[in-house]
Structures are given as structure tokens and as C-alpha cells.
Design a protein around this ligand. Structure first.
Ligand SMILES: O=C1O[C@H](COP(=O)(O)O)[C@@H](O)[C@H](O)[C@H]1O
Length: 260
């Protein structure tokens, strides 16, 4: 488990631009040292803001998009192309404008796909896709993600791990179906905390005053069942990327030294 590090930016626009710059560097470095990079995307306002900032950054051309694997931390279980699906929003924000290898874009199944309306079967299929990508040499059920990003909801949810729902208590499976989520749509697919914790780096993104209470709670010792964001950390690094509004309720003892 890595101790959370906090970076606080002036506002959400600057946060998105700085996080996009950070992600470009990570991908380029991973491609230089290992040949390819593996990134887990998040949905939500901050995840999409980062992708839009990346699309607008001239340095995006430093990435070899054909040597990048993209995965998702969660998906809203809706028909293919639905505007509320996380993958649809990511395509609009960035993916449609860069030359990705379609075989390396690992979207979670849709509710009108091969598993029909069965979110649990769709989750199992995604878990199998992760196992295949991990390969036997990794001795892991998931590939070695370089960066796994998570938006933090105002209720402290990350991916589709909501407080007190069964998915946040999962200790064995890497992907599960979610039923009865408090945020629409109620049916979702999500990586579990064990899968999230297998990533080299976990980045949690939160901007806006509606996130301030969730950020303070998750970083002040709350349990992961009550505050799922508290249970999200990476093997080498856990980075909280915040704007000043989202950091406003943090105790001074947690505030990074150089922040206003
Ligand atoms: O529904 C979801 O919400 C969270 C947080 O979204 P935000 O708009 O409050 O930032 C997101 O991270 C997750 O991927 C998504 O499915």
C-alpha cells in the first residue's frame, strides 16, 4: 500500500490540464521502458475533463497511441453507443481523435451485447479478458496497469463501488456486476478494490466543492466500506489530484506544504 500524496491545483481546468500532462509523461515513459503502456480510464466529469485536456494538448503527439492498452474502471450497463456510457463519453472527449489500435481498447460490455441484460455475466467476461491480457508470466488476474484513474463521487464512490453495497466488500473477484446503485443507472459493471490495488499507480481525481466532504472523509481515516475512495491505492503510488474547492475541507495536517 502506498501513502496518498496530494496535489492541489487552482481550479478544475488547471487540474485537468496538469493531470493530462502528467498522463502523457507516464505513457511515454512506460512505452520507452516496457514497449507499451496500460491505462485504466474513469468516467465522470473529472475523467472526461482530463481526456478533453489531453486531446487539446500539443504534447499528445508524443504518445504512440498504437502501443497503448485502454481499460475501464467501471461502466454504466446501457446499450452500445448510449450517451451515458463511459466509453461513449471517452470516445467523444479523446479516443475518436487519436490513432488507437482498436484491439487494445477494452471497453466493458454493453447491455445489448453478447451477455444481454446480464451484468454479472458481462462482468465475468471482462474479468476473463483481463486474465488473458495478464498472461501466465504475470501470476496475476489482471495486467500490470501503469496508471489507473478514478473519479471520486460526492458520496466517496470510486469506479462503481458505492458505500455499503456488496461490490465494495468483494475480496476475490476482479470485476463484478453492480445492482441498485444510488446514482443512475442502477446497473453497472466495476473493477473491485483488489483489482484497483494491483495497479502501479492509482490517481484519484476530484474537483469542485461538491467533492470536498468526500475528499476529507476518505483521507481522514474512514473505512473503505463507508468511503470506497479510502480503499483505493496503488502498489507504487497513490496520487490525489484535486482543485482548491475539492481540497477545502481537508484538515491542515493533510494539506500539501506548497499549496495555498
Ligand atoms: O458514475 C460515475 O461517477 C463517478 C464520479 O463521477 P463525477 O462526475 O462525480 O466525477 C465516475 O468516476 C464513474 O466512472 C462513473 O461511472
Amino acid at each position: 500500500m502506498s501513502t496518498p500524496q496530494l496535489v492541489v491545483h487552482r481550479d478544475k481546468e488547471l487540474m485537468a490540464q496538469a493531470a493530462a500532462a502528467r498522463l502523457i509523461t507516464k505513457i511515454v515513459d512506460a512505452q520507452a521502458s516496457r514497449g507499451s503502456a496500460s491505462v485504466v480510464l474513469t468516467g465522470g466529469r473529472n475523467g472526461n475533463g482530463l481526456l478533453a485536456a489531453l486531446a487539446a494538448a500539443p504534447a499528445r503527439d508524443a504518445v504512440d497511441w498504437s502501443r497503448l492498452d485502454l481499460w475501464w474502471g467501471d461502466e454504466r450497463f446501457l446499450p452500445e453507443g448510449d450517451p451515458d456510457r463511459n466509453v461513449t463519453q471517452a470516445r467523444e472527449a479523446l479516443l475518436d481523435s487519436v490513432p488507437l489500435d482498436p484491439k487494445r481498447v477494452h471497453a466493458m460490455p454493453a447491455s445489448d451485447g453478447p451477455y444481454g441484460n446480464d451484468a454479472d455475466a458481462a462482468a465475468e467476461a471482462y474479468a476473463e479478458e483481463l486474465v488473458r491480457a495478464a498472461g501466465p508470466e504475470n501470476h496475476s488476474a489482471v495486467p500490470a496497469f501503469d496508471v489507473l484513474m478514478l473519479g471520486v463521487g460526492p458520496d466517496t464512490h470510486v469506479a462503481s463501488l458505492f458505500p455499503e453495497l456488496p461490490a465494495v466488500r468483494e475480496t476475490e473477484r476482479t470485476v463484478v456486476g453492480v445492482h441498485g446503485a444510488p446514482k443512475p443507472p442502477p446497473t453497472r459493471i466495476t473493477l473491485t478494490l483488489p483489482a484497483i490495488r494491483s495497479a502501479r499507480e492509482v490517481w484519484l481525481l476530484a474537483a469542485g466543492e461538491d467533492k470536498a466532504n468526500a475528499v476529507a472523509m476518505a483521507l481522514s481515516g474512514a473505512g473503505e466500506v463507508q468511503a470506497p475512495a479510502a480503499g483505493a491505492y496503488g502498489r507504487s503510488r497513490t496520487l490525489w489530484l484535486l482543485d482548491a474547492a475539492a481540497a477545502a475541507q481537508l484538515p491542515r495536517s493533510l494539506y500539501p506544504p506548497a499549496s495555498p
